[in-house]
Design a protein around this ligand. Structure first.
Ligand code: UT7
Length: 321
C-alpha cells in the first residue's frame, strides 16, 4: 500500500533581537534605500545569548506538535534542515529529540542550503509514503549570523536567523490530497556561485558566506520557473489550479517575478522577506506558519512551494492542504 502525507502542524520562532537596515548602515557602507529597493528587506532577526540553532528548532517544534494535537511520543522521525548547526555532530535533530524527550523516533539533519526545507520535505514525505514513519517532525533552523562577514555589505544585509517547523502525518485517502509530489534538482558545476569556505570549527573569518549575487539571481529565476512548470505539468495542472505560492524568501524581486510567472496576484504569494530577510532553510516553514495561522491558506487549498540555493540546488512541491 502507498500512503500519503499531509501537513498537520505548524510552528515558528524568530529571535527577539531585530536589526533594522538603518542600524546596519551604521557599521557597513549601505543604506535602507538600497536594501529595500534591491531586496525588499526592511529588517532581520538575529540571535542573542542563549538562542541557538537547537533552541529555536525546539520552540518551533513545540508549536507544530501542539498545533497537530499530537503527543511528543507520536513523533517517529525528526528531520532538521540546516547548514548552520551548533555542532558538527551529533545532529541538531537528536538534540531536539533530547530537549523534547521524544523517545520513539530517529532523527538526522539534511543540508542543502536555502533549498534545505524542500529537500527535507522530500525525505519526510518518502518516509511516510513507504510506511517507515507515521508522524514526521520537519524543522528548518538557521543561524546565518554565524557565517556572515559583517563587513561584507554584499551579503550581511541579506540574511536573518530563525526556525520554522511542520508536522507531517500519514493520511488515508484515495484523493489527491496532502503532499502530491516533491521535485528536486542540483547542479554542482555552479558550486562556486554561492558557498561557505571551510567548516564552523575553523576560525570565524575563514568560513563566511560568498555569493555572486547577480549570477545566483539569474539562475534562481530560470530554475524556479522550470521546476514549478515541471510540477504542474506532471500533475496535468495549470496556473489556474494554484491558490497560493509559498516561495523561499531570498529577494522580493525574485518572489514577485515568480508570482507573475504563475499568474498569481501579490496577495496570493506568501511574503515574509521584508521582516525576516533570508532565513535559508527556515524561510518556507516560517512563511507557512504565518499564512496558515492567519487563515490565508485554508484546508483544501493548493499551494506550490519552491526554493533555490547554494549547490546550486532547487526544488518545488505541490501540496493540497
Ligand atoms: O537564498 C539563496 C539564493 N540567493 C539569492 O537568490 C540571491 C540572489 N541575488 C540577489 O538577490 C541580488 O543579486 C543581490 C540582492 C544579492 C544584489 O543585488 P543586485 O541588484 O544584483 O546588485 P549587484 O550585486 O549587481 O550590485 C550593484 C551595486 C554594486 O556597486 P557598483 O559595482 O555598481 O558600484 C555593489 O557594490 O550595488 C552595490 N552593493 C551595495 N550597495 C549598497 C551591493 N550590496 C550593497 C549594499 N548596499 N548592501
Amino acid at each position: 500500500m502507498v500512503y500519503r502525507s499531509q501537513f498537520v502542524g505548524f510552528g515558528g520562532y524568530l529571535p527577539k533581537r531585530i536589526i533594522t537596515n538603518d542600524e546596519l548602515s551604521l557599521t557597513v557602507d549601505t543604506s535602507d534605500a538600497w536594501i529595500r529597493e534591491r531586496t525588499g528587506i526592511k529588517q532581520r532577526h538575529i540571535v542573542s545569548e542563549g538562542e541557538t540553532c537547537v533552541s529555536m528548532a525546539v520552540e518551533a517544534a513545540k508549536q507544530a506538535i501542539l498545533y497537530a494535537r499530537l503527543d511528543v511520543q507520536d513523533i517517529d522521525a525528526i528531520v532538521v534542515a540546516t547548514c548552520t548547526p551548533d555542532k558538527v555532530f551529533p545532529s541538531t535533530a537528536v538534540e531536539v529529540q533530547k530537549e523534547l524527550h521524544i523517545k520513539n523516533a530517529f532523527g538526522f539533519d539534511v543540508s542543502s542550503a536555502c533549498s534545505g526545507f524542500v529537500f527535507g520535505l522530500s525525505v519526510a514525505n518518502n518516509f511516510i509514503r513507504c510506511g517507515q514513519a507515521k508522524n514526521v517532525l520537519l524543522i528548518g533552523s538557521e543561524v546565518y549570523s554565524r557565517i556572515l562577514d559583517w563587513n561584507d555589505r554584499r551579503t550581511c544585509v541579506l540574511f536573518g536567523d530563525g526556525a520554522g517547523a511542520v508536522v507531517l502525518s500519514r493520511i488515508n485517502t484515495e484523493a489527491e490530497n496532502g503532499i502530491l509530489d516533491v521535485y528536486l534538482h542540483t547542479d554542482g558545476q555552479y558550486s562556486d556561485l554561492l558557498y561557505v569556505k571551510g567548516i564552523p570549527s575553523q576560525a570565524k573569518d575563514k568560513y563566511s558566506i560568498h555569493m555572486n549575487g547577480p549570477e545566483v539571481f539569474r539562475h534562481a529565476v530560470s530554475k524556479l520557473s522550470e521546476v514549478v512548470e515541471e510540477a504542474l505539468k506532471d500533475h496535468h495542472m495549470t496556473y489556474r489550479d494554484i491558490d497560493w505560492l509559498v516561495p523561499h524568501q531570498a529577494n522580493l524581486r525574485i518572489i514577485l517575478r515568480m508570482g507573475a510567472k504563475v499568474k498569481l496576484p501579490p496577495e496570493r504569494v506568501i511574503m515574509t522577506v521584508d521582516r525576516h530577510a533570508n532565513t535559508s532553510a527556515a524561510s518556507i516553514p516560517l512563511a507557512l506558519n504565518e499564512a496558515v495561522r492567519d487563515n490565508r491558506i485554508k484546508k483544501g487549498d493548493l499551494m506550490v512551494i519552491e526554493a533555490f540555493g547554494g549547490g546550486l540546488s532547487w526544488g518545488s512541491a505541490l501540496v493540497r492542504l
